[in-house]
Design a protein around this ligand. Structure first.
Ligand code: GTP
Length: 334
């Protein structure tokens, strides 16, 4: 069974972390989001992964020089231009010659769903497509999915006003699709699977949804990407966990690192304090600096203090500066 993993997006909401690194190549714990996605697919019986690449394909090819990720062989499908999610599925499926039931996953989702259960549900219902669904506490912030008694998708409701929600289930970003879905996707332009292809399948009564209550998180925004790391550290994942500090990191003996993930090559100098944060590989927190609730890939200079900040690889927080809710460099600046 093959899976297409969508990894070609721009990751704009995670900038500046994604200015040089595609989102699926950012770490959760001490490995990339993509490795965690592929490992979960392998657990569910997937035997080959087609990477649907667009924006910045090179880091993927460099990271897996033997063409394997988490034990599975990779096929690279590089779009000549961004085709959006459905366009990417068609391009990748055709490039890899997919002509049987296949799985599609967003490359920025960390979850513990058992893909073999999703496949069994799909086959038992004779579905053309099956969506993995997850329940959320605040459905009015999302597009929700309404199912009938048999698990068929009745309709999608975009951001239902509070109090009017008929469902708290959202699309969790893993799909089982029949090859007939590929023919539904128009060529030569961008096509969104969520906005065009799935609604057409609902109209034909061929789309189903299977809710599960496994761990699930979309890493697409800074606070959620931070949470994905801390959840792994806190042991909230079924099959996975991580050490707080990489063996290849350097933490001064009198520095304090509390409830944080410190990646390979990161440095925490004397008297620094790091709490509820992620220091990505190569980050530096200099002497006496403090870092709370932040994501740091760059440098926090001596005596600086940051709270709820995102510091990209090129980002420098100057000595003694105090920042809150900031992104450095600021991605909206010209
Ligand atoms: P934002 O820019 O922050 O919205 O992030 P994103 O670009 O990753 O978009 P989004 O989270 O909506 O995308 C969902 C998944 O589809 C991600 O895994 C993206 O990498 C992927 N994706 C989005 N657009 C494309 C595309 O045009 N081509 C390919 N190959 N993948 C895409």
């Amino acid at each position: 069974m093959r899976a297409v993993v969508l990894v070609g997006g721009f990751g704009t909401r995670l900038r500046p972390l994604t200015s040089h690194t595609p989102k699926p190549m950012l770490p959760v714990g001490h490995r990339t989001i993509l490795e965690s996605v592929v490992e979960q697919l392998a657990r569910g019986g997937i035997t080959e992964v087609v990477l649907a690449l667009g924006f910045k394909p090179e880091p993927f090819v460099e990271a897996f020089p033997d063409g394997r990720c988490a034990g599975l062989p990779l096929v690279y499908a590089v779009e000549p231009e961004p085709l959006d999610t459905a366009g990417a599925i068609r391009f990748a499926a055709e490039a890899a010659g997919v002509n049987e039931t296949f799985v599609v996953v967003n490359g920025d989702i960390v979850c513990d769903v058992d893909v073999s259960r999703l496949l069994a549900f799909h086959r038992n219902h004779g579905a053309e497509g099956t969506l993995h669904l997850t329940a959320v506490e605040n459905p009015s912030a999302f597009g929700v999915v309404v199912l009938d008694h048999d698990g068929r998708v009745e309709r999608f409701v975009e951001k239902p006003p509070p109090g009017t929600e008929t469902s708290n289930l959202i699309n969790a970003g893993t799909y089982v699709l029949e090859p007939s879905v590929i023919q539904r996707i128009p060529t030569g332009r961008k096509v969104s699977v969520e906005r065009e292809v799935f609604p057409a399948m609902v109209a034909d009564g061929s789309l189903y949804g299977m809710p599960t209550d496994d761990y699930w998180l979309d890493t697409g925004q800074p606070h959620l990407y931070l949470q994905a790391n801390l959840d792994l550290l806190d042991g909230r994942r079924s099959h996975d966990g991580c050490d707080a500090v990489s063996t290849a990191a350097s933490v001064a003996v009198d520095a304090v690192v509390r409830h944080s993930v410190v990646g390979a090559g990161a440095e925490v100098h004397a008297g620094a304090h790091v709490e509820d944060s992620v220091l990505l590989p190569g980050a530096t927190v200099e002497s006496g600096a403090s870092v709370f609730g932040s994501l740091v890939a760059g440098r926090v200079a001596a005596g600086a203090s940051i709270v709820n900040c995102v510091i990209g690889t090129d980002g420098v927080v100057h000595p003694g500066a105090s920042l809150r809710d900031a992104r450095v460099p600021n991605p909206t600046a010209p």
